[in-house]
Ligand binder design. Structure first.
Ligand code: ARG
Length: 577
């Protein structure tokens, strides 16, 4: 563990145990008054019925000589111990951490197979901002899991099956395949859906055709399937355009739509019946998982097969669980899905557990997220009031970033500018999504997300570009400073060194809670500490050669951590901007 606060905690654990007479957590926390504060004496004193300052004194005595890691220890207030870390210690730690390709980030103690269900837009429907959130958060979680050594299967559970496909296929026939393909190909998915829906609502003959078409589709009729495939492939074409713009890891190989679980739906029903979980309610096959009730206190059913024989969203999710645990052998099933589906997923989890398809250590994890709001505090809508087209939104981000970068750096060559603008524009959208606690709603705000100040992608990217540009100006290869050791002297060097060493904690903290915003906060603090260092500690004009090399070392170390951290968020770090 490279975090110096852990080193303090480890060093004081024995002293605390000696004083307390049993294991007692030293409780080491970051502090405004020192590098760290040891808070454990208060609890121990309470337990022993003594004075916390006295306990703190005893702890210091029991700890003995800790000068190899701490340069000063001070008892403060009601018995806190303020710790200042030794510069020499930080320097040695830094050198060892930076010689590691992983920058000190621990690999997982046990490696597992995780299936991450994310993005999951619906065929012949516009991807909405909720799908954007799922895509961006899911992609970062995949990167984090892989970085610590887990095997990840990406699963894009697109909505490509179900009753609406009857009307969609009939509409496709009415329009003519080529015209329809064109409309869908340019991403006018919502219009297509709306037209089909309108006809379905007002035209009884159309409605009949749509119904008959669903039967043909479910029966595997060749011509119907080929029409259905047109709908799917034109839509995935559009999704891919969005993924490409977004720079995410998803490819066609990751598509595992609802339709792909078709052959498993019958067996789901059979297995539930054999497990004696299936009941009939209002003509439908249902399961009543324990512990779920409606508002009146009546048991809540999970509908497996409707009265008309059709299967449900829940049925394919149960099939999914079986497929992921039994066929793929995954033990962690992550669902990056909006908060409104929490109950659905909880019920699926309960039924899968009762049926024996999800047994420990295998587990389901709902990584829920809130809504994206417009400046009016309501769900984000386009100017004309309908769903925002994601591709258009992302293109606008790049355009806005192009303007911003032209202002910031008018000298940059045009083709380089367009590359950098892409990284900044897309980075800004992704970061504004990732940097707020995912369970909360967030307001989509162009001005804020594209600002070069504050907790934004452009600020972090700019800090990184600055770190890189020092080397260009110095005429020094970054790699060449890595063999020197940093000399930590100034307070800002000290603070920056501690922050760099905390990368491991930040990555693990984000992963443990499936909360990329925690990594964002860390990277923002790193960039802030770097800025303070850079403004107060001359690098190119350092007093001595040794100091210059040492400061260049810190710049390189900070840049490596920042780049790696941004990469874990799926955000690029240009070297120049
Ligand atoms: N297609 C669904 C939607 O747009 C999300 C699917 C999420 N994944 C799942 N296994 N249910 O709401």
């Amino acid at each position: 563990m490279s975090d110096p606060l852990h080193a303090v905690s480890e060093r004081f654990a024995l002293a605390f145990a000696t004083v307390a007479g049993r294991f007692a957590d030293p409780i080491v926390r970051p502090s405004d008054h020192a590098d760290a504060q040891i808070n454990g004496a208060l609890g121990v004193a309470k337990e022993l019925g003594t004075n916390p300052r006295q306990v703190a004194e005893q702890v210091l005595e029991a700890a003995g000589d800790v000068s190899d890691i701490c340069s000063s220890l001070e008892i403060a207030g009601p018995g806190f111990i303020n710790v200042t870390l030794s510069n020499q210690f930080l320097s040695t730690q830094l050198k060892s951490v930076m010689s590691d390709q992983r920058l000190g980030v621990r690999v997982a103690p046990t490696r597992i197979m995780a299936a991450v269900d994310y993005s999951a837009p619906n065929v012949a429907k516009e991807m909405h901002v909720g799908h954007l959130r799922s895509t961006v958060i899911g992609d970062s979680i995949v990167r984090l899991l892989e970085f610590v050594g887990h095997t990840v299967i990406r699963e894009n559970h697109i909505g490509d099956w179900g009753t609406p496909f009857g009307m969609l296929i009939e509409h496709l026939i009415d329009m003519g395949q080529d015209t329809a393909a064109q409309e869908l190909g340019v991403g006018d998915l919502d219009n297509f859906y709306r037209e089909a829906r309108n006809k379905f609502d007002v035209d009884d003959a159309f409605k009949e055709r749509a119904r008959a078409r669903v039967v043909l589709l479910q029966g595997g009729d060749t011509e119907t399937l080929s029409l259905w495939r047109t709908l799917v492939s034109e839509s995935t074409h559009y999704f891919n355009r969005v993924y490409q713009l977004l720079d995410v890891l998803l490819t066609d190989a990751d598509i595992k739509g609802e339709s792909s679980y078709n052959s498993l739906l019958g067996p789901v029903v059979e297995r539930l019946r054999l497990a004696k979980l299936l009941e009939t309610s209002d003509g439908a096959d249902v399961v009543f998982p324990a512990g779920f009730n409606n508002r009146d206190g009546d048991p809540l059913p999970l509908i497996i097969r409707k009265g008309d024989g059709g299967y449900n969203y829940a049925t394919s999710d149960l099939a999914c669980v079986i497929d992921r645990t039994e066929r793929l052998g995954a033990s962690l099933l992550i669902y990056v899905v909006g908060a409104p589906q929490a109950q659905h997923l909880k019920m699926v989890e309960a039924v899968a557990t009762q049926a024996g398809w999800l047994t420990p250590p295998a587990q389901m994890m709902h990584v829920a997220f809130g809504n994206v709001l417009g400046s009016d505090g309501k769900m984000l809508k386009s100017r004309v009031g309908d769903t925002v087209k994601l591709a258009a939104l992302l293109e606008e981000a790049v355009e806005r970033a192009t303007v911003a970068i032209a202002q910031k750096n008018p000298e940059m060559a045009v083709d380089e500018r367009s590359q950098v603008a892409h990284m900044i524009g897309i980075g800004a959208v992704k970061y504004s999504d990732l940097s707020t606690d995912r369970v909360k709603d967030y307001v989509f705000d162009w001005e804020r997300m594209l600002s070069f100040d504050g907790n934004t992608a452009p600020y972090l990217q700019y800090a990184h570009a600055r770190m890189c540009s020092i080397f260009r100006r110095a005429g020094v290869e970054r790699i060449s400073v890595r063999s020197v050791g940093p000399i930590i002297f100034d307070g800002r060097e000290h603070t920056l060194a501690i922050r760099i060493l905390q990368f491991d904690s930040a990555v693990w903290d984000a992963l443990d809670k499936y909360s990329p915003h925690r990594l964002c906060t860390y990277l923002f603090e790193l960039a802030t500490d770097f800025t303070a260092f850079y403004e107060h500690c001359p690098v190119l004009k350092a007093d001595t050669d040794e100091q210059r090399m040492s400061r260049l070392y810190l710049c390189d170390a900070a840049a490596r951590v920042l780049e790696c951290g941004l990469n874990l968020l799926g955000i690029r770090a240009p070297e120049q901007m």
